[in-house]
Design a binder for this molecule. Structure first.
Ligand SMILES: *Cc1c(COP(=O)(O)O)cnc(C)c1O
Length: 341
């Protein structure tokens, strides 16, 4: 198979249409068999439920080439499972997780020419999503749904190495108590846009959100979970039912325990104790781990000892081990690597 003529190491994180995408429709109580199509556009009625009431959820994962030349994805079954939960939370019919993995496999296979080669640092970003399709004006769930998967090649997340970022404690809340924070709903991102534009305007890379009820505990950022390393080398991460269960974070916890022999703890973390931690990182599919150098709480700076030039040593070790597993240099736990071809 011949690869597309793309300057792999110089593409950014943007949308580039590929040859095929997958579409399945839900009507009269069931999902149809689904097809690959070359049409990147969707025609919708002006009153489509997704346009009026934001009935939509999504997933994000990557396909990449391992050193031995296979195209693989990382734990797509967990994305499928999470999307079933997101759908239920928005009164949408879940797209079965086995079919989710099959749809992803089909899209990546059909667009194999767009999967960046090993060593380029680039990956094929996969975006599954679903939405209420038919016209709804009185507030209620749609009757017809579309599930779609497209993919787009994206460049290395960090051009020239991972530099620690500065984040601010946000005055905005991300999720209401007992709300939708734990599901990957588009609406959680719509509300984050004002907060992130405002953070950038004020010179910060990201917002860290506090628990909406007491505003004393750390939750997560707009699109990534948080991990901290204590001075005695333990990994701690917030426990809360309004954070999104990151697959990267769950994998890092297992890597810390089983590969690095670290102690791990999921518990409530107070903003007050953050100053005592040695390292901080943000985890998500896009960057795996982005190191945080500084958290600013209304003018008060909390600086982590590793500084603003490089990742902390434990974060670095976690990053290398997890990416080593993903790339096939380190033996993966059973079921983590889904080989496409
Ligand atoms: C998608 C997402 C994450 C990261 O999840 P991964 O499965 O690791 O990619 C973290 N927080 C939020 C709010 C998200 O939407």
């Amino acid at each position: 198979m011949e690869k597309k003529n793309i300057d792999w190491s110089n593409i950014g994180f943007g949308y580039m249409p590929t040859d095929y995408r997958y579409v399945s429709m839900y009507q009269n109580g069931s999902w149809d068999e689904g097809v690959l199509t070359s049409d990147p556009n969707i025609t919708l009625n002006e009153c489509a439920c997704v346009l009026q009431y934001a009935q939509t959820c999504f997933e994000g994962l990557k396909a990449y080439t391992t050193e031995d030349g296979h195209i693989v994805t990382f734990r797509p079954d967990l994305n499928g499972e999470r999307m079933e939960n997101s759908a239920k939370g928005l009164e949408m019919p879940p797209f079965p997780k086995e079919r989710f993995v099959d749809a992803i496999t089909k899209v990546v296979e059909a667009n194999a020419a767009f999967v960046p080669p090993y060593g380029s640092g680039a990956t094929l970003y996969i975006r599954p999503y679903m939405f209420g399709y038919d016209s709804i004006i009185g507030v209620k769930p749609a009757n017809i749904y579309q599930f779609r998967v497209f993919c787009t090649p994206v460049g290395p997340y960090f051009k020239g190495g991972a530099k620690p970022i500065t984040i601010r404690v946000s005055d905005f809340d991300r999720a209401a108590p007992h709300g939708t924070g734990h599901i990957k709903a588009g609406l959680n991102y719509a509300m984050s846009l004002h907060a992130i534009v405002d953070a950038h305007k004020n010179g910060f890379d990201e917002n860290i959100y506090l628990d909406p009820q007491t505003r004393t505990k750390i939750e997560e950022t707009g699109g990534a979970n948080v991990i901290f390393i204590t001075k005695d080398g333990k990994l701690v991460t917030p426990k809360s039912n309004s954070i999104l269960p990151s697959i990267t974070r769950r994998s890092i916890l297992q890597v810390a325990r089983d590969y690095l022999g670290m102690e791990t703890e999921e518990r409530e973390i107070y903003l007050d104790e953050v100053k005592d931690f040695a390292e901080c990182g943000l985890c998500g599919t896009a960057a795996v781990i982005s190191p945080v150098g500084k958290i600013v709480d209304h003018g008060k700076e909390i600086c982590f000892p590793a500084g603003m030039e490089k990742m902390g040593p434990v974060t670095q070790k976690l990053y290398e081990t997890l990416t080593g597993i993903q790339m096939g240099h380190i033996k993966a736990p059973e079921g983590w690597i889904h080989v496409i071809k």
